[in-house]
Ligand binder design. Structure first.
Ligand code: CA
Length: 451
């Protein structure tokens, strides 16, 4: 060998060793986000996100939230494997709840059923930064119409399968991406259908080289409800209990698929509901379409009222979050947490930047999830109604209620409740604590006027 070649070979070997050491160091320190470079390493350490969002499911519908009739072993197990929140807030009705979830912005800003194309969803930001994204199920933020620029594919989702609206008449029209797929009156098959599609997405559709976001937004337990023959008549909770138990079973099947694909540890699972149960007599005694005498509404447990109300039964919902080895198992948290917080929290965990030109109402709750702190939000705003700060909750005299949720004997006075001692909102303390009323009213107005 020529002496000069030998020197070049040595140089080359040294170069290879240096590069290899650099790569090994980079990979070993991938948990430090500063070391993540664009390119091959950009998706390392980004969790998959699986959001399971039910419809009209009440605070106390699951065994792990105190239900004595419905058997929900899979969700009870999920709670043991992660955190169960007891002061978690969505919104009070379907469309506003979804616009708040998707954008991190209160419905007064994000538009609810009328969410404009200009709103930025976390799915858009996740897709831009390397995620494969899918929405399966109820969309309900394009005024229930096929307006392309406001449908899921235009709002951040690579794949969509589901109805654009609700099933109030016992029928849904399903789109697959932008195309009509099917019309079905088989409400008892919807939980299984969406679960099958979700499993199919995980196994066949997504790009396995990318992390994924799957937003599964069930149509059940929104009326008209039904269960499949396998579950019908089997629970102790009547028809509604049958649907809850089928949802539990199907959620278990989806979680089993996550395990089977060896995605368990890399997947953050979020389960919650969009609003409280449709449990008011003004609704349940009038609604047609269910077998006579059947129970087709959920349970608020100790909370007052339900869907469409600004009392706790309308907003406060079950929420379970699991992320093995990152989130401590079997934890129960009373910290105030809300769907609007998912946008900033996912921004932190999934490494994307929040839109800087709009007001985001949510806060980053990563430290709460990871057990680095116990405290959550300072306050939560109830849409056009009031605000909770710590244990105190204020409602204005003309607080917004949807028709079926209006309590006829409610006097239109200011209301103040101590949720620590009066979770059922029975004792109005507004006259005893006028300073607190002034403080919370000011806070409410500052939220409403934020830009
Ligand atoms: Ca709903």
């Amino acid at each position: 060998m020529h002496p000069k070649s030998s020197i070049n070979l040595k140089k080359l070997m040294k170069y290879i060793i240096t590069i290899s050491l650099y790569l090994i160091t980079s990979i070993l320190s991938y948990s430090d986000e500063k070391n993540i470079e664009p390119g091959v390493l950009k998706n390392i350490n980004k969790p998959n996100i699986l959001i399971i969002f039910t419809d009209d499911q009440g605070y106390a519908d699951l065994g792990c939230y105190g239900n004595r009739k419905n058997k929900t072993p899979r969700l009870d197990q999920l709670a043991k494997e992660g955190i169960k929140f007891t002061s978690f807030y969505s919104q009070t009705v379907c469309g506003p709840s979804r616009s708040a979830l998707l954008t991190g912005r209160q419905p007064i800003r994000s538009g609810g059923w009328s969410m404009p194309a200009s709103e930025t969803t976390f799915a858009e930001l996740m897709r831009e930064t390397g995620y494969d994204t899918a929405c399966i199920g109820k969309w309900d933020v394009s005024n229930r119409k096929a307006i392309k620029e406001r449908m899921p594919n235009a709002q951040g989702f690579d794949y969509y399968f589901g109805p654009l609206g609700a099933n109030d008449d016992g029928v849904v029209t399903i789109h697959e991406n932008l195309e009509h797929s099917l019309v079905t009156r088989d409400m008892g098959n919807l939980i299984k259908l969406y679960t099958d599609k979700s499993i199919n997405y995980l196994k066949e559709i997504r790009d396995p080289k990318k992390p994924f976001l799957l937003y599964l937004s069930h149509t059940m337990m929104h009326t008209i409800i039904d269960a499949s023959p396998k579950f019908k008549g089997k629970s102790k909770g009547d028809l509604y209990g049958d649907v809850v138990e089928e949802f539990d079973f199907e959620t278990g099947r989806l979680l089993d698929a996550v395990d089977e694909l060896k995605l368990r540890n890399s997947t953050l699972v979020i389960y919650t509901s969009d609003n409280g149960p449709w449990n008011q007599k003004k609704y349940t005694t009038k609604k047609k379409g269910h077998p006579k005498g059947s129970v087709f509404w959920g349970d608020s447990g100790p909370l007052r009222n339900g869907k469409g109300s600004c009392y706790e039964g309308g907003y406060r919902l079950p929420c379970i979050i699991r992320w093995p080895e990152k989130i401590k198992e079997n934890r129960i948290s009373d910290a105030i947490f809300a769907t609007i917080d998912f946008m900033p929290t996912l921004a932190k965990l999934c490494k994307f930047n929040l839109p800087n030109s709009v007001h985001i109402d949510g806060i980053d709750q990563t430290d709460l999830l990871l057990g680095k702190k116990d405290k959550g939000r300072d306050y939560f705003y109830f849409n056009k109604a009031g605000v909770r700060k710590g244990k105190w909750k204020y409602l204005k005299p003309n607080a917004h209620f949807y028709g079926y949720a209006i309590e006829d004997n409610r006097e239109k006075n200011e209301e103040l409740y101590n949720l620590e001692t009066d979770l059922g909102e029975n004792s109005n303390l507004a006259k005893e604590f006028p300073d607190k009323v002034v403080e919370l009213k000011k806070l409410m107005l500052s939220i409403e006027n934020a830009e």
